[in-house]
Design a binder for this molecule. Structure first.
Ligand code: OSB
Ligand code: MG
Length: 367
């Protein structure tokens, strides 16, 4: 298909409640929607990196620059046989996976629409019951956290993940575990806030029966994680340092973690996500799909991805209502009894609310 038109559109979406992690607080998301048109069809993708370089070096502004100046011009007018060909055109450009993914996702949606198929079956998905986990931001006090998680667990989530950070760890986890009881699957995510000097403190987490500890150490580390893994009973989950199948392979070789949080944006799109999922299946690694506080567009892609048979644990695909007063898609992402389900329309299976999107738009660039 010949890529006839590429549009970048930045929208601002206010979060219903601020989301705090060890690297900062998010009140408002600045999201780039990417649309690619060909033969009367349009595919949609989302750039899901943060507004500041707290989680990764990419930001909304760096992604806008890369997409408008380099990535979109490199494929505009090109005739691609399949979305996988996108990688060939990105060869000259190092890094910036979130920016690349915004465009790559749009291609997958477009190709699935051209095949008149839902994206989830187009990529080879088979699972229809998709367990949902909730990612809970850092709260003001252990007591406030305990009350919040008790409320949320009642909604049926299959796993609760607590954001932790220095000075906001053991007491908070103890309070949440106390409120939830022993049977609820509980995890923590430090977003790289600790070092190996904190090993005794981190060992203290073993007593809470956590399913895994996500990214305790540096954002680009897999070596110290291997050392830490040998000292803990709780399995480690890697998030930030995984950008490719090669990164997963090296982490497995070193023993850095037994669980992989796969984010489509962080690995540059569906094609690399698919390769990573297959490898995780072969290696017996536990796998789940992470979230980046996406709009319904990004979440629809996340839902499609986690229908692949290699996904084994609950994914951070909480319903739209958890994040937004009104999401930009119809339908919104929903959850029933702790599960979400593949979206059955063609492509990503959601229509965009163009009137609402127009009101949220801060800039548009047509390549
Ligand atoms: O580390 O998984 C993370 C949000 C922004 C940046 C990093 C992370 C997160 C989340 C939220 O945990 C997941 C979600 O609910 O979308
Ligand atoms: Mg994480």
């Amino acid at each position: 298909m010949k890529l006839e038109r590429i549009e970048l559109r930045e929208i601002k979406m206010h979060m219903r409640t601020p989301f705090e992690t060890s690297f900062g607080v998010t009140h408002e998301r600045r999201i780039i929607l990417v649309s690619v048109s060909s033969g009367g069809l349009t595919g949609y993708g989302e750039v899901s990196c943060n507004e500041t370089p707290g989680y990764s070096y990419e930001t909304t502004d760096t992604a806008w620059l890369m997409l408008s100046e380099l990535f979109a011009p490199a494929v505009l007018g090109k005739d691609l046989e399949q979305p996988g060909d996108f990688a060939t055109h990105m060869k000259p450009f190092r890094g910036h996976p979130f920016a690349k993914a915004g465009l790559e996702l749009a291609l997958w949606d477009l190709w699935a629409k051209a095949a008149a198929q839902p994206l989830w079956t187009y990529i080879g998905g088979t699972k229809t019951q998709l367990p949902v986990g909730l990612s809970v931001g850092i709260k003001q006090s252990p007591q406030a956290l305990a009350e919040f998680v008790a409320q949320q667990a009642a909604l049926g989530y299959k796993r609760i993940k607590l954001k932790i950070g220095r000075g906001r760890d053991l007491e908070y986890v103890a309070a949440a575990r106390g409120a939830l009881g022993a049977d609820v699957a509980l995890t923590v995510d430090a977003n790289s806030d600790y070092t190996l000097e904190d090993i005794e403190l981190l060992k203290g987490l073993d007593q809470y029966g956590l399913q895994y500890i996500e990214q305790p150490l540096s954002n680009d580390d897999i070596v110290d994680h291997a050392t830490l893994a040998r000292s803990l009973k709780t399995p480690l989950c890697l998030d930030e340092p995984i950008h490719s199948l090669d990164d997963v392979r090296k982490a497995v070789q070193l023993g850095s973690g037994k669980v992989i949080n796969l984010k489509i944006g962080r690995v540059g799109g569906h094609a690399e996500s698919h390769r990573i999922a297959q490898y995780c299946g072969e290696q017996g690694l536990a796998l789940w799909c992470g979230g980046m506080l996406e709009s319904g567009v990004g979440r629809a892609h996340n839902v499609a991805l986690q229908t692949l048979p290699q996904f084994t644990l609950a994914s951070d695909t909480a319903p739209s209502a958890r994040y937004w007063t009104e999401d930009i898609t119809d339908p919104e992402i929903t959850m029933q009894d702790g599960f979400t389900h593949p979206l059955e329309g063609v492509g990503i299976g959601v229509a965009l609310k163009h009137d609402l999107i127009a009101k949220l738009t801060s800039r548009v660039h047509v390549v």
